[in-house]
Design a protein around this ligand. Structure first.
Ligand SMILES: [Zn+2]
Length: 302
């Protein structure tokens, strides 16, 4: 059973919103692509785990602080006889290892050694589990999810599952693993209580309300929407239509994530949504969907 699900990282959402409204710096843009790629790889792996036996305990996307060190786990699988850390990598193309360093074969560029990250994570979780007096053995594995990934000079003892092996690995695990018991459920509860919500996301990003392009973006192609009629917005590029209330509340969510320090006021949202000409329409949508905090002229919505 899956006790903790994975959600889209807030930082990825922010970058996606910003990408549609400004030119990202090359560094932010490449970070955005990496996050997007990483997240889509994790989702593919999550889907594979969805078909796992009911007596397995699965926790996705955990963040811990153990003795003042943060570490993150992509997926944790608790079975009766082993606890697995899965670090999912969506690497694509040919790679090789030379003296413990990882390189892309095409450009010979060094990449971060994913094993080091895995080992660090394993060692910290092992210490945490010891403190919790958990005796179940721990095993950490890299999961290479992308079928277009190949690693040259790989050895048998590399703790990694390659794309062509994933299904076999899962099948084998289903056959040999013991069901998790009550103690494991208690452990899962404990781990979830220790899990931290990411709060420092997006701190390095530089943008202002004034500097962003305004309008409501299309859900499917990110082009700005235009009014179709009184109740509907339309994307002139892909033809997708969206109910105006839905489009506005979605844009308010976007505004709140990007500008947590700014208030949701009719004037701000009217400017933010841009293509809804009537302020009345905006006010009506805000009144119906948010709570008005009435402080006279400076009233706003929550
Ligand atoms: Zn569109």
């Amino acid at each position: 059973m899956i006790l903790k699900f994975r959600y889209e990282p807030e930082e990825l959402k922010m970058l996606r919103f910003l990408h549609g409204r400004m030119r990202l710096t090359p560094k932010d843009y490449s970070h955005f692509l990496n996050l997007e790629k990483g997240f889509s790889g994790e989702k593919i792996f999550d889907e594979l785990l969805e078909e796992s036996p009911e007596e397995w305990i699965i926790l996705h996307d955990l963040l811990f602080d153990y003795s003042n060190t943060f570490f993150q786990i992509d997926s944790l699988l608790i079975t009766g006889d082993c606890i697995y850390i899965f670090e999912v990598k969506n690497y694509e193309g040919d790679f090789y290892i030379e003296q413990d360093r990882w390189y892309t074969a095409q450009t010979n560029t060094e990449v971060k050694n994913p094993l080091l990250q895995l080992q660090r994570c394993e060692s910290l979780l092992r210490r945490l589990l010891q403190e919790l007096r958990v005796k179940t053995p721990l095993k950490a594995l890299l999961i290479f999810i992308n079928p277009g990934f190949h690693l040259y000079q790989s050895t048998m003892n590399l703790p990694a599952i390659f794309p062509a092996q994933i299904k076999r690995f899962m099948d084998k695990l289903k056959l040999k693993s013991q069901p998790a018991n009550k103690n494991h459920l208690m452990l899962a509860d404990k781990l979830m209580s220790l899990h931290l919500e990411e709060t420092s996301f997006g701190r390095g990003l530089e943008y202002t309300f004034e500097g962003l392009e305004k309008g409501m973006t299309c859900l499917s192609c990110k082009t700005f929407l235009m009014p179709f009629n009184k109740l509907t917005m339309i994307c002139l590029k892909c033809g997708m239509k969206e109910d105006i209330t839905h489009a506005v509340t979605r844009s308010v969510d976007e505004y709140r994530l990007l500008f947590p320090e700014l208030k949701v006021t009719t004037a701000n949202i009217h400017e933010w949504c841009k293509t809804i000409y009537s302020k009345k329409t905006i006010r009506k949508i805000l009144v119906n969907n948010y709570t008005l905090i009435n402080t006279g002229r400076s009233s706003y919505y929550k």
